[in-house]
Design a protein around this ligand. Structure first.
Ligand SMILES: *Cc1c(COP(=O)(O)O)cnc(C)c1O
Length: 420
């Protein structure tokens, strides 16, 4: 199975090469040349690891690691993604049962095991709006031959997110950038364009197809479960920032899984909502919000989204987007708790806001993080303490290590050379 650039120049490559490169040579993102139609009837959604191996098998066909994919999936999908019913017409897909309590643990865990299995040395460079960096750091912590550089916006992450970005071993290098997530992302892109070190620079951002594909797994499995339970296809409301998670749902639908509507739930960074309303793609400066992992003014996976559809008009036909303000996020946290005794993180609350507006919902809210990660926001609203999940408890007392970094390519390159 081959993968090409969204910008359509250059030769198509196999999946291992696409994962190792991260970004195509022309600056585009890797996408499958054609989508294999998954033989859905043969896949059992009951066991995520086995289901994942079956789903991913066609993508890895003929690759050096083909035979290792079942073992790799067994390790990467060692935690659950439960689909729970909250009310009539309302389900939640909980994606926060991994080591750093956010959905990024799926993609990051898979990518790390891929690197371990292929025994390649690399420096992984990652920009994070809050949760990616922690998931990637946790997944690669202590891995031989790999150094991880994490760039996060100094003022843009919660206390617990910061802890998860900075509490790891010596192969994890954390940098608090005096800028926004978009600044971090731009530094990473520039570093990729200029790096000439001994070791290869690899990306672990959601632009890396090695993170995206494993995310398709939980959409595939949960959509089959939903149909088995209700007799209907699933419709997802997905908290969206850089469009990595939602893109996986779009691909799951392309693969033929029973998925009806896909709604992008955005915070005050309204670029997607504006695009769906006006057809114009106008990246903006990032606005800081309560749902900080979604503070993205220029979502990089948009190229992949537009690659799926023949025209922007078709994309707007197939998808929906809305945005919620911080006040609406607070209201949604409060209402979810009052009405259903359901505690949601500020990102998940953006999706809940949409549910509350619907008269007769038939939707699945995608819960992207555990609310305990954002306790300073959620606890005062619901008026009680949120118990820490076991994964977060396990790293609570660790020492934090991180350096400040100005928005400067030279500064970053100097740090990279030191570790090379
Ligand atoms: C990263 C993240 C998002 C946004 O996901 P994208 O793939 O960037 O769209 C939403 N919620 C949480 C908790 C996240 O960590």
């Amino acid at each position: 199975m081959m993968f090409r650039s969204t910008r359509r120049s250059g030769a198509a490559v196999g999946l291992s090469v696409a994962i190792e490169k991260g970004l195509a040579a022309d600056g585009g993102l890797f996408v499958p040349v054609t989508f294999p139609r998954a033989d859905i009837s043969k896949l059992d959604p009951g066991n995520l690891a086995v289901f994942g191996a079956g789903l991913l098998a066609p993508f890895f066909k003929g690759e050096p690691l083909e035979s290792k994919i079942p073992a790799l999936c067994a390790e990467a999908f060692s935690f659950e993604a439960p689909l729970k019913q909250i009310d009539d017409g309302l389900h939640v897909l909980e994606l926060f049962h991994g080591p750093t309590a956010a959905f990024k643990d799926f993609g990051a865990g898979f990518l790390a095991r891929f690197f371990a299995a292929s025994k390649k040395e690399a420096i992984i460079l990652v920009a994070t709006s809050g949760d990616t960096g922690g998931a990637v750091a946790a997944a690669f912590d202590g891995m031989p031959g790999i150094d991880v550089f994490v760039l996060f916006p100094d003022k843009g992450v919660s206390r617990r997110q910061r802890h998860q970005l900075t509490c790891w071993g010596p192969n994890i290098h954390s940098f608090a950038v005096t800028g926004t997530f978009d600044d971090c992302q731009s530094l990473v892109k520039q570093a990729f364009a200029t790096w000439k070190g001994k070791r290869r620079l690899s990306s672990a951002n959601s632009i890396n197809i090695g993170r995206l594909l494993p995310q398709v797994v939980y959409y595939g499995a949960s959509s089959l479960q939903y149909r088995a339970e209700t007799g209907r296809p699933a419709s997802y409301i997905i908290p969206t920032g850089n469009l990595g998670n939602a893109q996986a749902a779009v691909w799951a639908r392309e693969l033929g899984f029973p998925i009806q509507n896909i709604t992008f739930a955005c915070n005050a960074n309204e670029i997607l909502k504006n695009y769906f309303e006006t057809g114009r793609w106008e990246p903006k400066q990032t606005v800081a919000t309560l749902a900080n992992a979604m503070d993205v003014g220029n979502p990089s996976n948009m190229e992949r989204l537009l690659d799926v559809y023949q025209s922007p008009r078709e994309a707007r036909h197939q998808l929906e987007a809305f945005s919620a303000t911080d006040d609406q996020i607070r209201d949604a946290i409060e209402n979810a708790y009052r009405r259903w005794n359901w505690v949601v993180c500020p990102h998940t609350a953006v999706a809940v806001h949409d549910v509350l507006r619907r008269e007769r919902p038939d939707v699945t809210v995608v819960a992207t993080a555990h609310p305990a990660k954002f306790e300073t926001i959620v606890e005062p609203i619901i008026g009680r303490a949120i118990p820490l999940p076991p994964a977060l408890k396990a790293i609570e007392g660790r020492k934090e290590m991180c350096k400040p970094l100005p928005v400067s390519l030279d500064g970053l390159l100097e740090e990279l050379r030191k570790a090379d």
